[in-house]
Design a protein around this ligand. Structure first.
Ligand code: ADP
Length: 304
């Protein structure tokens, strides 16, 4: 096989009469961080389940670490760490015990696992919590422990399903720092996320899926340049439809999402001049980002 650690070709998964993954193809190279993005129900978790051999595709080819799955999933999984969407730590066990128990799933000896625990605790920044019960940890600490636990078999590949959903910004930043350190160590990461900022910061490449189909793929900066290619002025605090009629002639394109009007502009000055000093109205001029790409491609906000 090529140096693709993960490869999906024309993968189809049907539930009832619905194709929830519909001819999806993408690959992840060794050492890369790849993001799988899409609104709720797009098929991200189903795709991950097929990759891990937990759901069988109805058609197409899935391979992981050089093994076809699901047939070779048992072998592939030896080289993979998984952070599921919902923490499944044992709340009655201590932090240390959770790591020790997990080592057993991989058939590691108790002494080998015990020897790894200090490094994993340090990685998770939980050195002072080794004997605390998991039930006493904050959400961010639990996520860091789940991430550390996924490293128990020293995997080449990490698969993370919404690793920072439900965390506050500070806890999210701490996870990002840990993920970047894993990338620096040469790990390959596949993650799903609702957070465009997360994808923009971490991912070398990503693909956006909707209704099980790929609608765009590339490096974050490439997608922003190709799909948007200009700056954005966001306007809030007034009826967006009436304002759009007024501002559309001054913009290359406009979009409304919720109570916000987005004006895509090469030259922001005419809109600045029009809006300056208007009571009750707020606006923000910024470079385009992945959220704009998502809105453009799907007509929806990401956090639905
Ligand atoms: P995402 O992770 O992008 O939110 P999912 O992969 O969880 O999307 O779900 C994709 C679609 O498949 C949804 O419409 C969901 O209701 C449906 N689905 C997921 N799992 C099952 C299942 N086991 N049985 C039937 N439908 C399912």
């Amino acid at each position: 096989m090529s140096n693709n650690t993960i490869e999906l070709r024309e993968v189809l998964k049907r539930y009832g009469d619905k194709n929830v993954v519909d001819g999806l193809s993408f690959h992840v190279r060794a050492g890369e961080c790849f993001g799988l993005l899409g609104p709720n129900g797009a098929g991200k978790t189903t795709t991950i389940k097929m990759l891990l051999g937990l759901a069988e595709p109805d058609a197409g080819v899935v391979s992981l670490c050089g093994y076809r799955v699901p047939s070779g999933a048992r072998f592939a999984r030896q080289r993979v760490g998984v952070v599921p969407q919902f923490d499944n730590l044992d709340p009655d066990f201590s932090v240390r015990e959770n790591l020790l128990v997990f080592g057993r799933y991989f058939g590691l000896s108790a002494s080998k696992t015990r020897a790894m625990v200090p490094d994993l605790l340090e990685f998770a920044r939980l050195e002072n919590k080794a004997d605390a019960r998991v039930g006493e940890l904050s959400g961010g600490m639990k996520r860091r422990l789940t991430l550390a636990r996924s490293l128990i078999n020293d995997p080449d590949v990490l698969v993370l399903d919404e690793p920072t959903t439900g965390l506050d910004p500070q806890a999210r930043h701490l996870i990002w720092v840990r993920l970047r350190s894993l990338l620096a160590r040469g790990k390959t990461i596949l993650l799903t996320t609702h957070f465009m900022e997360e994808a923009e910061r971490l991912c070398d490449r990503l693909c956006i899926i909707e209704e099980g189909r790929k609608i765009s793929e590339g490096a974050p900066s490439e997608l922003v340049a190709n799909e948007i290619g200009c700056d954005v002025i966001e306007v809030y605090g007034t009826a967006p439809v009436a304002l759009r009629d007024e501002l559309a002639p001054l913009a290359m394109r406009t979009e409304i999402s919720g109570d916000t009007l987005f004006c895509y502009v090469r030259d922001p000055e005419p809109i600045h001049a029009r809006l300056a000093g208007r009571a009750g109205l707020r606006y923000l001029h910024r470079p385009a980002n992945l959220e704009d790409v998502f809105l453009r491609l799907t007509g929806r906000e990401m956090q639905d």
